[in-house]
Design a protein around this ligand. Structure first.
Ligand SMILES: C[S@@+](CC[C@H](N)C(=O)[O-])C[C@H]1O[C@@H](n2cnc3c(N)ncnc32)[C@H](O)[C@@H]1O
Length: 380
């Protein structure tokens, strides 16, 4: 076993990157890198080979990586760089085919500002993961790098997926029906399908609903292109149209406009969906109607304060309704504020315990301040 293989094996748990360059012959790929990726909650290693300006990736567990390294790569590159969380060393191939190590400098500590990169390593869909549909949707470049302008959305959908994955890992069901209301360009919808159906091999049916016919048409074309049989998109107004009438496991919304979120929540409740993950946005309804009526008047004096308070009140009323309808609900910040100001997620799990108390309180507030709220009205 060469010095390099030994050091790689010893530092595998702390590996940050390995770069192999200057191959000894033309049959080897000009450059190979290895970096850790986090998949299905576990640490894996992405082996990336570069040839003819293209990158080819494979994810391997630690043991397979070491076997592959020893069998195919060790001794075929003149230069190697091995970086772990604690040190960084260069290796050069000597005449006997072994590696000489140069230095062993402490690795440069990652600055606080690089936290985003740390975060990225833990994404379920890391940059570089070969998800071709994300290329068609304009989130990834052709070599699976994130399109800069889409970085915020990419973080949102990864985080959204992470939260859902957490819930389903504990749940363990193999078949899954998910509806996405106000799916728009459907980055989230595709990610969910890819992760659960393609990557995990579960039997998944996902339907995305949106008002926009052109977007729906494009999303259906992309789903068809990749043979995603369980994924389809339907043009519908979720406040009026008849939607899927079979059993539904989960309803998701990501920034569905204003009261579209309420219709999605009402649908989820009526269908008895076990999970709801909803990130509301544009909560205008209460803001447009609210009048003075009591202690909350202090929040009505300045436009921006009024707007934010009305948005929070809207989401809190939604939470009260969901709790009454038999859901256990958390309100969480699903991404940082600097990523999106619309960063609250209502995360609900069906418990079956019903009540009227929450709606009674919400109705009292609505009557006192002179507004109606769609979900409250829909669940009378
Ligand atoms: C801000 S976009 C969000 C899209 C996507 N979920 C995302 O996060 O990228 C909101 C989407 O909701 C859709 N929408 C709004 N009201 C709707 C309704 N009543 N029925 C169906 N779709 C609706 C809009 O057409 C739009 O595509």
């Amino acid at each position: 076993m060469s010095r390099l293989t030994q050091d790689l094996a010893a530092g595998l748990d702390r590996l940050t990157k390995l770069v192999l360059s200057q191959p000894i012959d033309k049959t080897a790929d000009p450059k190979v890198t290895v970096r850790p990726v986090f998949l299905r909650g576990g640490r894996m290693y992405q082996l990336e080979r570069f040839r003819d300006n293209k990158a080819f990736q494979e994810n391997l567990d630690g043991e397979s990586l070491l076997r592959r390294f020893e069998g195919e790569l060790d001794g075929r590159y003149r230069q190697a760089l091995l970086v772990t969380e604690t040190e960084s060393a260069q290796y050069s191939l000597n005449a006997k085919g072994g590696y000489k190590r140069h230095g062993g400098a402490a690795a440069v500590p990652r600055p606080a500002a690089a936290e985003g990169n740390d975060r990225q390593k833990q994404y379920l869909i890391p940059e570089g993961e070969a998800v071709p549909a994300l290329v068609d949707l304009g989130v990834f470049t052709r070599d699976f790098r994130i399109v800069r302008a889409k970085y915020d959305k990419y973080r949102q959908i990864n985080r959204f997926l992470e939260l859902i994955d957490q819930a389903f890992r504990e749940d363990g069901r193999e078949e899954l029906t998910v509806l996405d209301f106000g799916c728009g360009k459907s980055y989230l919808t595709f990610i969910l399908y890819w992760y659960f159906a393609v990557k995990q091999g579960r039997k998944v049916k996902i339907i995305g609903y949106d008002l926009k016919a052109d977007v729906v048409e494009h999303c259906n074309a992309v789903a068809e292109k990749y043979g995603y049989e369980g994924l389809r998109f339907v043009r519908a107004d979720v406040s009026r149209d008849v939607l899927y009438d079979q059993r539904v496991d989960m309803v998701v919304t990501l920034h569905a406009c204003d009261t579209a979120t309420d219709y999605a929540l009402r649908y989820a409740v009526e269908k008895g969906a076990d999970y709801i993950f909803s990130v509301p946005c544009c909560q205008h309804e209460i803001n447009l109607q609210m009048k003075k009526g009591g202690e909350l008047d202090v929040f009505l004096r300045h436009g921006i304060v009024r707007e934010r308070m009305a948005a929070l009140l809207t989401d809190e009323i939604r939470t009260l309704v969901l709790e009454d309808m038999g859901y256990q609900v958390d309100v969480i910040e699903f991404v940082d504020l600097d990523n999106s100001p619309k960063n609250l997620m209502l995360r609900a799990r069906r418990s079956g315990k019903r009540s009227d108390k929450g709606r009674a309180l919400a109705r009292e507030i609505a009557a006192r301040y002179g507004f109606t709220q769609t979900l409250l009205e829909l669940t009378k």
